[in-house]
Design a protein around this ligand. Structure first.
Ligand code: M6P
Ligand code: ZN
Length: 183
């Protein structure tokens, strides 16, 4: 393939050119929150991709624009996934907003990192990852991952994450997921 460039708007996360945009609405996230999602048509986030071949020699990347909002006590969040190839890692660079990066291993360990403009989060292989918008503005971040990482959404859909991030009176709180492991 030939070299190429893309312009990334550092505030909005917009890409020019943009090749693939995936929209996730609350209806796509039904069952991932403790509470029912409400309006299934409401936009939760968009993923804009800079494509690259799906092999271990290449590095696709994407921006995610995650809207602010809540479902019950939980903040808007991404579906979250393990990589189909479990040992593949990922890097997140936050551009705008305030978030938490919730990670978990298959044996039930949870880990939370902050996401603010300039934060670079390293997600090692074997850690599922979900981003959570705990602020009032869109959370915008840029992610880079190996082309053969792949997506396993099913494990999270069945078991959930061991922890939840919920709104508390002093700000976001990390609490155990009472439904973790239930299928
Ligand atoms: C980041 C990356 C993408 C992912 C997106 C949304 O940009 O991890 O690979 O698609 O977040 O997360 P999810 O696919 O879990 O909805
Ligand atoms: Zn990933």
């Amino acid at each position: 393939m030939d070299p190429f460039s893309t312009v990334l708007d550092l505030r909005s996360g917009a890409l020019d050119p943009v090749h693939k945009v995936t929209e996730r609405r609350l209806g796509d996230l039904d069952g991932l929150f403790q509470a029912p999602v409400g309006d299934p048509e409401r936009l939760a986030y968009r993923v804009l991709e800079i494509p690259a071949p799906h092999d271990n020699a290449n590095l696709p990347s994407s921006t995610t624009i995650l809207e602010p909002g809540r479902v019950g006590e939980e903040f808007f969040m991404t579906k979250g996934h393990f990589h189909a190839n479990r040992d593949r890692a990922e890097i997140y660079l936050t551009l705008a907003g305030e978030g938490r990066l919730l990670m978990a291993t298959e044996d039930g360990r949870a880990h939370v990192e902050e996401m603010r403009p300039g934060t670079v989060n390293y997600v090692p292989g074997h850690w599922a990852h979900r981003s959570v918008n705990v602020g009032d503005e869109p959370l915008v971040f840029y992610a880079v991952y190996p082309g053969d990482a792949g997506y396993d959404y099913g494990t999270i859909e069945e078991r959930g994450f061991p922890a939840l991030i919920v709104a508390g009176s002093d700000g976001p709180r990390v609490v155990p997921n009472p439904r973790y492991g239930a299928s």
